[in-house]
Each structure stands twice: as structure tokens, then as C-alpha cells.
Design a protein around this ligand. Structure first.
Ligand SMILES: [Ca+2]
Ligand SMILES: [Ca+2]
Length: 381
């Protein structure tokens, strides 16, 4: 399997272009439709050879070799326990056992800098102005790549959350996602939407390649999944959230998530319907904002549900793990997926509780959506 080229796989528009009227967003849907199959649960349990206990986070104590780049914060690296215990039964824990987050295992990462916030529209606009970069969602699909698609369906676009008017069953995510022609980072919800006046909101409608291109231009890179989690945990040991054990400590809202009946009613009780400007909520112990919620964040690693089991099977502490060499998602085995972390403004314990810091998401690499963004890191050496 070649993972480098999205052309190798039937990427997102393939399904949609072949039947655009279906308005199906099955690829990004994987982000929210990650309820495990029984088989996946069994296989993870049978592969569990590590512990299920969080051992203390031990920062390296290394100081930054120089001043932090603008907008970035120093992460000392060190050793920590990575993963998540079964959140079911916890307040706001949701109903998903999250089997791909176990075994909880010991990981060491070298020091690095990381962006304090998700990359904003203003930052991405500066990149595009400097380079003329055209995102995946802005490119018209080529007929030779989609030979089965009728020509009228070969239109540039992306996936947009399109909530139904009334309550719906939560077992069919096709009901709240649509492929919208003309949706892209400049028009996150479609042609009639814009980012004017929204420069401090996180950029969205970003495919994995788009995030990588921005990072390279900025002299940065995407975080590995292990780096992301080390930073997101803020120095805490095994806390459910980046800030501690309680979803709303002393009633304080700590992240942009979803209130109201999902998916039709976003009450914005936390202050925001949809995306919020970055850093609208308190930071974690390392000074990072929105590592829980707001928009999903691409990581460098390929996704596999058994990544942690494989790390444990390799023995010892996983040092600077970079993920598997290929992706595999048993739920959609033909698709190349990278890891996404942190959940989004759409996360709710009614459906997806991936605002929990140790939980994992996944996304087909050529698919953006209006709840997918990223942040970058820079190596210390
Ligand atoms: Ca919200
Ligand atoms: Ca986020």
C-alpha cells in the first residue's frame, strides 16, 4: 500500500463526485463516527500487553536553547504515560470506550516548540499571499482521477457541517454533513460564507497536505501524535482534560465544545456557536489554548487503531514514536488516514467526547472540513 499519494486511494470527492446529490461526507465523518466495532474492541483487548495505569509525567528539565519563536511555547519533552482509560461512566465521558487509545504506555519525546494556538486565518492568508499556494479544496478534481464521475460533478469543494432542522438518530452521520461546491478555507461553510473579520479564528477546510505545506513555509512541521499529547497534557499526569480532572472546574468553561441537542441545536452556552477565535479559553499548564475542542488538529502520524499496542509489543519506552509506516482503519480500510487530535466545537458526550485529551481522531488525508485545522511545532535542534 502506498500512502504517499492520495491518488492511490479513492479520495473524498470520489464518492461525492460520483453522486454529488447524495451530499455524503463519509470521509471526514470518520472523525465523528469512530464508534468501535466489537471486533476492534476485542482485538485491542487481546493485544493489550502493557499497563492501564498512568505513571508520573517526568519533564526533561531542559531549557530552551534560545528565545521562543513568535507565537510558540517551549515544551521540555520528557517521559509520560500516553493514552486514555475508558471514559464511559465519567461525567462528560460519553459512550465510546475509545479502544484505540490503549494500552496506556510509556513514551519519551525530545524537547520542541509548539504553537500556542491553532493556526489562524490571518496566518494562513499570509502563507497564501507569499506563495500563491492553492489548497486541495480549491482544486478542480481532474477527470482522469475520477473516471466514473459525471463531468458536472467535477467541481472544487469541501465538506460542511449542515445540521438538520430537527432531532435525528445519531447512527447516520450523512444527515449532518454535505459536500459543498465552493467551500474552502476562504469560504468555510460554502460560497456565501467568508472569513472577513474572522482573522483570529482557526483556519479550516485544510487537508493534510495543506497543513504540511504551511508548516514548511513557516519553518515548522506538524507535531507527531506523541508530541501533541505531551504538550496537550500540560505537564499533568493522566488527567482527563488538558487542565485537570473536571470538565468544568468550579463552573469555568475551558473549551469550545457543543451544548444543546446534537446535531441540530448548538446553543453556544460556552460563548460560541461554531468556531471560536483562538485563545478564547484558558491555556493549559504549558500555555497552549484550544488543545481541547474548537477545531481538530492534524498530526504527522498515519492512523492505525493498534498503534499503541504495537508500540508496547516493541518493548520498553517508545522514544519519539512517529506512528506506523502505513495507515489502516478497519472501519474504512481503503482510505489513507492521518491522526487528528483534540476534538472540535462539535464534540459532545452525546456523540463524540474527543475533547478528552488522550483520545484519538483520524481523517482521510485529502479531506478538509469546517472543523479541521492544525498547529505546528519546531524541533529544538
Ligand atoms: Ca461552543
Ligand atoms: Ca483544537
Amino acid at each position: 500500500m502506498t500512502n504517499r499519494s492520495r491518488r492511490t486511494f479513492p479520495p473524498l470527492p470520489w464518492t461525492m463526485l460520483a453522486g454529488l446529490s447524495a451530499a455524503v461526507a463519509i470521509y471526514a465523518l470518520a472523525l465523528l463516527a469512530t464508534r468501535p466495532t466489537d471486533r476492534a474492541v476485542r482485538s485491542t483487548r487481546s493485544a493489550r500487553t502493557g499497563g492501564s495505569v498512568f505513571e508520573p509525567t517526568v519533564p526533561s528539565g531542559r531549557d530552551a536553547p534560545g528565545p521562543s519563536p513568535e507565537g510558540m511555547v517551549w515544551i521540555p519533552g520528557g517521559e509520560f504515560s500516553m493514552g486514555c482509560d475508558d471514559p464511559r461512566g465519567k461525567p462528560f465521558g460519553g459512550s465510546d470506550p475509545m479502544p484505540d487509545t490503549r494500552p496506556i504506555h510509556r513514551v519519551a519525546v525530545d524537547p520542541f516548540w509548539i504553537d500556542r494556538t491553532e493556526v489562524t486565518n490571518d496566518q494562513f492568508a499570509a502563507f497564501v499571499a507569499a506563495t500563491g499556494y492553492v489548497t486541495v479544496a480549491e482544486q478542480v478534481p481532474r477527470a482522469e482521477d475520477f473516471p466514473d464521475a459525471p463531468p458536472e460533478n467535477l467541481v472544487a469543494g469541501s465538506i460542511v457541517f449542515s445540521p438538520p432542522d430537527g432531532p435525528v438518530r445519531l447512527d447516520n452521520h450523512y444527515q449532518w454533513w454535505a459536500y459543498v461546491p465552493g467551500a474552502n478555507w476562504r469560504h468555510p461553510s460554502g460560497p456565501s460564507s467568508s472569513i472577513e473579520g474572522r482573522g483570529s479564528e482557526p483556519v479550516v477546510q485544510i487537508a493534510w497536505d495543506d497543513a504540511v505545506a504551511y508548516a514548511r513555509w513557516a519553518g515548522k512541521r506538524l507535531p507527531t501524535e506523541a508530541e501533541w499529547e505531551f504538550a496537550a497534557r500540560g505537564g499533568l499526569t493522566g488527567a482527563t482534560y488538558p487542565w485537570g480532572a473536571d470538565f468544568r472546574p468550579d463552573g469555568t468553561v475551558m473549551a469550545n465544545t457543543w451544548q444543546g441537542r446534537f446535531p441540530g441545536e448548538d446553543t453556544g452556552e460556552d460563548g460560541f456557536r461554531g468556531v471560536a477565535p483562538v485563545a478564547s479559553f484558558p491555556s493549559n499548564g504549558y500555555g497552549l489554548h484550544d488543545v481541547s475542542g474548537n477545531v481538530w488538529e492534524w498530526c504527522a502520524d498515519w492512523y492505525r487503531p493498534d498503534t499503541y499496542a504495537r508500540d508496547v509489543a516493541a518493548g520498553g519506552v517508545a522514544r519519539n514514536p512517529r506512528g506506523p509506516v502505513t495507515s489502516h482503519d478497519p472501519q474504512e480500510p481503503g482510505q489513507a488516514k492521518r491522526v487528528l487530535r483534540g476534538g472540535s466545537f462539535m464534540c459532545t458526550d452525546q456523540y463524540c467526547s474527543r475533547y478528552i485529551v488522550g483520545t484519538r481522531g483520524k481523517g482521510e488525508i485529502s479531506s478538509g472540513a469546517n472543523h479541521i485545522g492544525f498547529r505546528c511545532v519546531r524541533s529544538a535542534d
